[in-house]
Design a protein around this ligand. Structure first.
Ligand code: UDX
Length: 453
């Protein structure tokens, strides 16, 4: 049986390693961070990811998965090497391949016998062809290269790995593609067998398309606010057309995370480097940046200058169910508010520890009610159902001004008590009032107040 090596224990590497072990394989994972390896070897996941912890503990106790800082050992013992290291963006927008190159150099210098390098990391289109050529020049070992992009989403990574929409494997040698495909056979997903260039582009194009959908619906949402339409209803009506569908049609204050922002920029750069100006992606990126500013504009409209104002931010991770704050809109928003001179307090159910590493000057509080205390506005930055379940009657009593800017449309206006002014995305601002003992809603246009029944 081939032993599988996984290089890098981030979200992708760790989930890949643990899930491949769960599928019955023998897996050895390497990670440079010794502290992480210590935790993992005790069966403790260093990241929050639903369902990962029990799978890790189980496969560790069955000795199906093992963790080490000794990269050389992985190269020695494993015949199949899944590379899942980070490929962040450089300050000039290109992909930082230093971790991939580091892994490749080590494999080139250490490998003997037959090895298959399988790239899980998102790498620029053309990387596979270059690395295949590089590996083929090595005489003392037979190293092959395959591309196997990962499409899992944080917060549901284990589920996405175990029930994928598709498996994509790119390479030059059909037998090797089949060998890797066999590992995913039990998942019963459609498998695209293709070139590494196609595989690499499938990954970028998929993420860029999803980001485009989000920017598109966000622009429709902004238009809805102008014309008095409701983006949720518009998106629902559009999404019933299966050619459009209702996925990634939730308007908000922009996409974030470790993938979309970086991959959209990387695809635009790639096009540019190949002499093609990818106009659409420029707009997707610009719309996303502008969308992050909209809560600030809404706050200013109600409060005037934000200098010295106490503003609470609810949600700092880039989406719910994760502790990941990389490229998070909530973090950006907290920073923007600090630049405005506001006194910013913030809550997140899972991300406070990570947020502490990237935010200074923000009071990070473990209790959303303390964030509300004395606040002149609350901004909801992640789509966490937790916020709808808060005691809004209590919150109204705690706040200095009852203004809520709901950047993800998590609240149902009908559930809010009297007195709140609610700014949502793609809907006109609402003032919650009681009429005949029932909660009614009045729309407040820009500067005007119109009652609707
Ligand atoms: C994404 C891709 O979905 C996944 O296939 C790829 O492997 C990695 O990148 P992820 O970054 O985990 O996954 O998050 P995702 O759930 O896709 O959300 C990304 C961002 O888009 C979040 O900030 C989210 O809030 C935002 N989003 C998503 C919206 O604003 N509206 C939507 O309708 C959906």
């Amino acid at each position: 049986m081939d032993k599988i090596g996984v290089i890098g224990c981030g979200y992708v590497g760790l989930v890949t390693g643990v899930c491949l072990a769960e599928l019955g394989n023998q897996v050895l994972c390497s990670e440079v961070d010794g502290e992480k390896v210590e935790k993992l070897s005790l069966g403790v996941s260093p990241i929050y990811e639903p369902d990962l912890q029990p799978l890790l503990a189980k496969n560790l106790s069955l000795r199906k998965v093992e963790f080490t800082t000794d990269f050389n050992r992985v190269i020695r013992e494993a015949s199949i090497l899944f590379v899942a290291v980070g490929t962040p963006t450089t300050t000039i927008g290109t992909t930082d391949l230093s971790q991939v190159n580091g892994a490749v150099d080590r494999i080139l210098s250490m490998a003997t016998g037959e090895k298959i390098v399988v790239m899980k990391s998102t790498v620029p289109v053309g990387t596979g062809s270059k690395l295949s050529r590089l590996f083929s020049r090595k005489r003392s070992a037979n190293i092959s290269y395959l591309s196997n992009p990962e499409f899992l989403r944080e917060g549901q990574a284990v589920r996405d790995f175990m029930t994928p929409d598709r498996i994509v494997i790119g390479g030059d040698v059909p037998e090797l593609i089949e060998r890797i495909a066999s590992f995913f056979e039990p998942l019963k997903a459609p498998c695209i067998r293709t070139t590494s260039t196609n595989a690499e582009l499938i990954k970028y194009a998929s993420n860029a398309f999803l980001a485009t959908k989000i920017s598109f619906i966000n622009e429709i949402a902004n238009l809805c606010e102008e014309v008095g339409a409701d983006v949720s209803v518009v998106a629902e009506g559009m999404g019933l057309d299966p050619r459009i569908n209702n996925h990634f049609m939730r308007a908000g204050i922009g996409y974030g995370g470790s993938c979309f922002p970086k991959d959209v920029k990387a695809l635009k750069q790639l096009a540019g480097h190949n002499g093609y100006h990818f106009e659409l992606l420029s707009a997707v990126i610009e719309v996303n940046e502008m969308q992050k500013m909209r809560p600030i504009q809404k706050l200013r409209r109600h409060l005037g200058r934000l200098y010295g104002r106490r503003i609470g931010v609810l949600g700092l991770t880039f989406k719910p169910n994760t502790d990941d704050v990389r490229d998070s809109v909530g973090v950006d928003l907290a920073k923007l508010l600090l630049f405005e001179g506001a006194h910013v307090t913030a809550f997140d159910p899972l991300g406070l520890e990570q947020a502490r590493k990237v935010l200074t000057g923000v009071d990070l509080i473990e209790d959303p009610y303390l964030v509300a205390e004395g606040a002149e506005a609350l901004v909801i930055a992640t789509e966490d159902p937790l916020y709808a379940g808060l005691d809004w009657e209590r919150i109204r009593g705690l706040m200095a001004k009852p203004l809520v800017v709901d950047g993800r449309n998590t609240l149902d206006p009908a559930d809010l008590p009297d007195g709140f002014i609610l700014e949502q995305v793609g809907r006109r601002v609402k003032r919650i009032i009681s009429e005949c003992g029932e909660v009614g809603v009045a729309q407040v246009g820009l500067g005007t107040t119109r009652r609707v029944s």
